[in-house]
Design a protein around this ligand. Sequence first.
Ligand SMILES: Cc1cc2nc3c(=O)[nH]c(=O)nc-3n(C[C@H](O)[C@H](O)[C@H](O)COP(=O)(O)OP(=O)(O)OC[C@H]3O[C@@H](n4cnc5c(N)ncnc54)[C@H](O)[C@@H]3O)c2cc1C
Length: 620
Amino acid sequence: MIASVLQYLVENPYLLGITVLLTVFILALSVLFSGPKPAKNPFCPKHVRPVGHLVSDQKERDRVLKQRFKADKVPENLDTVIIGSGIGGLSVGVLLARAGKKVLVLEQHDQAGGCCHTFHDKGFEFDTGVHYIGKMEPHDDDRVLMDQVTGGRVEYPRMDEAYDIVAMGDPHQEKVRKYPFLSDEKKLKENLIRCFPKEKDAIESFFKLLRESRNFFEGYFVLKLLPKWLARLLISTGLFNIVFKSYAKFGRITLKKVLEELTEDEELKGTLSYIFGDYGVVPSRCPFGLHTTVMRHYFSGAYYIRGGPSEVPFQMVQVIEELGGKVLVNAPVSEIIMNSGRAVGVKVQKGDSQVEIYAENIVTDAGVSNTFLCMLPKEVATKSSLYPLINKLGESLSYMTVFIGLNGTKEELGIQAHNCWSFTRPDLEQAFQDYIGMPLDKVRDAEVPMMFVSFPSAKDPTWHDRNPDKSTCLLITLSKYSWFQQWEEGRVKHRGEDYEDLKTIIGKKMLQHCIKLYPNIEGKVEYFDVGTPLSNKYYLGFQHGEMYGLDHNMQRFLPEPAIQLRAKTDIPGLYLTGQDIMSAGLTGALFGGLLCASELLHRNLYNDLQALKKELKKSS
Ligand SMILES: Cc1cc2nc3c(=O)[nH]c(=O)nc-3n(C[C@H](O)[C@H](O)[C@H](O)COP(=O)(O)OP(=O)(O)OC[C@H]3O[C@@H](n4cnc5c(N)ncnc54)[C@H](O)[C@@H]3O)c2cc1C
């Protein structure tokens, strides 16, 4: 074989010339663009330890998750300060710490975890921003990475096979039609065909497109992983679109357009669009590839987190601290300190004064808008190429959550380890636009047209040991910051009667709607509270209570914004992590952390992760 190749080259000497020239060119490029020496690989099979017993003593958990900021707790000689303790911030913290770096994570809220935080009130425990995740089979990329950053100490119980139920119709007016979404592509398709027999062809075509678009996200991810210049070169020469066909094709067509071409059946179109709440963009503004990526995410099963989502930060904080780092809460960063054009530190607001902390690099998990509009000096922020993107993409929608504590077990209440997506009308986008376009006085009387129902207690096998005879339910709907803006200056829990009235009216409507869907919960409600866009602002630090940071519209997934929204900013010393540089979702933000740590450690951690997977497969 080698001999025949050599003979061919001797017979065609010009090929030899081209090969030599190409090699020299590639070598020259790699010398020109090679950065500093790569740091230590943070991945290792040994980092995964056996899952221990679940720590349910609240004081013990608080000792880890609620360490209040004090200047004398800040470690010396910091390599990196990370603003925000969501999964995006903590994952960078763990990966850097594993590579030998000294990190400090600063969180504005009174506990670490961001969207993973849970809270206790009047004997009930509620999760907030994680209700299910996919891809948690042992050799899935997402699972291997989760295990590395949590030390393998977190378990992911599987939810029911029908993990999502779509409930179509107004439960106050008609019998609701239920469509289960099953965690098996073939069964799901067959079941949909059973429900919509006349639409067999449309459903077959939809699933064909689902398969065809399966590499959409790979293309999007690679644009962020490659050096900017190379990503732009590949895009401008058209080479990228040849290799990542699916990214090119399904990033430029909306979910709405695809469905319109497949069918005229409104109920089917609505049913196939139901999961748009997971990324917060209506079908006419959402790239088809994003929608199918989220749908496919659950095809091998949907999972919850044993002990609730706060188990993830609980384990990650311990890993960071075992390696000499620190995670401190009640530490709102008010400013990023600049020196000669470089980000060199942060100011933490403590009452009327500020504590300055310096480090080699500053990472922010607080979102692009917060970072550029609230933390960087204006003259620095406005010069960055990221600044115009904030307006161009806009922010994601806000939301409201109803927290319900119930008397009774899962069996008594007839609740299951699934989510229910309820839509009063199949034309869900129009129903949503009608609702969100309402002035405040109309909102009080309006029925909420869409609602996500989750029963965290039913998804966690450890729940009933910890909380006998009690259950929980969460109702989430999209909402508008401006409806609540008049109370934004008020203190949390002291915003006055009008505010309480408004949120209670909307929350009660949602509860009545839920009782129609799950009648056994009637009369069992022991706890009821409602979170508004102002609550989200308070707990997660988003200026307008946004659900998923920057909006996930078509624009965001086009090549140039995709290239720009990356870990390394054009401000020396400043790096981004979390959902804004990848996508919403626990694992979206986690991979944001992987990208960020790759930049800071000067190594391609995606390749390292693949190598680790191979090693794990060999040894299993
Ligand atoms: C209601 C809701 C439901 C969701 N459901 C799911 C789900 O079921 N499955 C799923 O996979 N994903 C879900 N998501 C999305 C997912 O939780 C998020 O995309 C992901 O957790 C975001 O992680 P992050 O690290 O990027 O940001 P965050 O978790 O938002 O963390 C950012 C952190 O920065 C802190 N911060 C902000 N400003 C400052 C400052 N000035 N100083 C210090 N700290 C600051 C915030 O307090 C916060 O802790 C949901 C999100 C929401 C809101």
